[in-house]
Design a protein. Structure first.
Length: 121
């Protein structure tokens, strides 16, 4: 009688894995691992690198905007990288603000430069 109970019991490969944190039932341990939320900080690090490099490397609209977008995305998706994301957002926003101020200043001053040039000679 004991031998029939042992043969009727499912083996560990037949029991579906259950993720205890989220209650997700999967068929294999590999799927259980892939269903777990990501704890990486790749978006935060990318935001930080783009924000700091935009300050160091110069005058561009694309790099600080990309750093700002990635930092905002990282705030929502990566709680472990919150500090890095905030630093990336602040550095990108400061550089973008500086670029806008310089561009507006040049847009205002360039039309007057041609008018003032003969008077300076």
């Amino acid at each position: 009688m004991a031998s029939t109970l042992e043969t009727d019991a499912p083996t560990t490969s037949q029991i579906p894995a259950q993720d205890s944190d989220q209650g997700v039932v999967t068929d294999s341990p590999a799927q259980a691992q892939s269903a777990a939320p990501s704890t990486g900080t790749s978006l935060s690090i990318a935001s930080l690198v783009l924000g700091l490099s935009s300050i160091v490397l110069g005058f561009s609209f694309v790099v600080p905007i990309a750093g700002l977008v990635l930092g905002i995305m990282a705030l929502g998706r990566e709680p472990a990288g919150k500090t890095l994301a905030i630093i990336g957002i602040v550095s990108s926003a400061l550089n973008l603000g500086w670029i806008i101020i310089v561009a507006l200043g040049l847009a205002v001053l360039i039309p007057f430069a041609g008018f003032m040039l003969p008077w300076m000679i």
